[in-house]
Design a binder for this molecule. Structure first.
Ligand SMILES: *Cc1c(COP(=O)(O)O)cnc(C)c1O
Length: 378
């Protein structure tokens, strides 16, 4: 190292990891990795050492991808910059131009936009049909992928993954499932034969509403292909966000346990409320419970605006799955761009509220929601 001040000021803080036995993985907040010599570079390309450049790979993003793969009982995983970029590289890994994706018609709005408006411009054909009915008649000669969600938004339809996988296998095609709402705590689609499982890690995987990230896990060959797409399309996650997501992931099970218990109680408590026409909360998904999203349809003669303004500490947000209870209004946010006929068909009404039940005391959540419903009904 040079000893002139300006040189020193550049190098003095660059302490290499001298084998410090840190208890948690340090943040490798670096855009690139150094090489000893030309032979060392060759070692990288021969697979004898890891890490070249963070867009191509980084210990923190690798840790997250592998951790979620382990939880999903899949062999391989990849972390990306967002849930949507994980979906993008997953679909691009499985589908070539000229091939067809058959997707469920009640997908997350952003996924719908990605498939319908962006991936079609890559030459990929997409059609959307109800997966509740038999999807088999819609499989075409060029169909290579069935795409759906294990638990849908906002009306919480539970996908019959056994049926989806059986249909796909019969036609020798692949399956991809968004497991964001259910999480591997409740459902592990890979164990049911699904090829690719995707998460908006922005939601329960991270759990604290402080990152935007995605994870894709599944078959080794598909994840390797998706990784190449991720590198070439620049969809990598930052090391710091990967680190925060891993930090959140450590408490996934305890968070989910509380989320699920609370959601069950909220669903029960609101079922007979006079301001509520209908409560959407699924049943029998797994012995671990039925997720932590509860949607309610508020009756026509109650005032929705007053309800939303009377929620006290419960905030209105266009996301879900944080430790704090929050609500969203699908008609104005996630399902805003749908034509009114589709909104009606999917049950996105004027009174529909999606509640992301947090990990607070259930009684406090119930009391606050009931109070707002009482005010709205006056
Ligand atoms: C939020 C969400 C996405 C998109 O994830 P981002 O992290 O916002 O890109 C995809 N699918 C579902 C079910 C989601 O809730």
């Amino acid at each position: 190292m040079g000893h002139r001040f300006d040189t020193k000021s550049v190098h003095v803080t660059m302490k290499r990891n001298g084998g410090i036995p840190a208890k948690v993985t340090p943040i490798h907040q670096t855009s690139a990795f150094t090489f000893e010599n030309l032979a060392d570079i060759e070692h990288f390309f021969e697979g004898e050492r890891n890490y070249l450049y963070t867009r191509v790979g980084n210990p923190n993003t690798d840790e997250l991808g592998q951790a979620v793969a382990d939880l999903e009982e899949a062999p391989s995983g990849l972390a990306t910059s967002s849930g949507l970029s994980a979906i993008m590289v997953g679909v691009l890994a499985a589908v070539k131009p000229g091939e067809h994706v058959l997707a469920s018609n009640d997908l997350y709005g952003g996924t719908y936009e990605l498939l319908a408006n962006e991936l079609t411009s890559f030459g990929i054909e997409v059609s959307f049909v109800s997966f509740e009915d038999d999807m088999e008649p819609y499989i075409q000669d060029n169909t290579v992928l069935l795409y759906t969600e294990s638990l849908t938004n906002p009306l919480l339809r539970v996908e019959d993954l056994t049926k989806v996988v059986a249909t796909a296998k019969k036609h020798n095609i692949k399956t991809m499932v968004d497991n964001t709402f259910a999480t591997p705590y409740i459902v592990r689609p890979y164990t049911k034969g699904v090829n690719l499982v995707v998460h908006s890690a922005t939601k329960y995987i991270g759990g604290h509403s402080d990152i935007t990230a995605g994870v894709l896990v599944g078959d080794e060959d598909l994840i390797a292909a998706a990784n190449t797409k991720c590198v070439n399309l620049g969809s990598n996650l930052s090391p710091f966000e990967a680190w925060l997501t891993v930090r959140g992931l450590k408490t996934l099970a305890v968070r989910m346990e509380r989320h699920v218990q609370n959601a069950k109680q909220v669903a029960e408590a609101l079922t007979n409320h006079p301001a509520v026409d209908k409560v959407y909360y699924p049943e029998f998904i797994s012995e671990k419970g039925n997720g932590a999203i509860v949607s309610i349809d508020i009756t026509e003669n109650a005032n929705i605006e007053q309800f939303l303004e009377s929620l006290d500490w419960i905030k209105i947000v266009a996301t879900l799955a944080g430790v704090e209870t929050s609500v969203s209004y699908p008609l104005a946010t996630s399902h805003r761009s749908l034509p009114p006929e589709s909104q009606k068909e999917l049950g996105i009404t004027k009174g529909l509220i999606r509640i992301s039940v947090g990990i607070e005391e259930a009684e406090d959540i119930i009391q606050t929601l009931k109070q707002a419903l009482d005010i709205a009904r006056k």
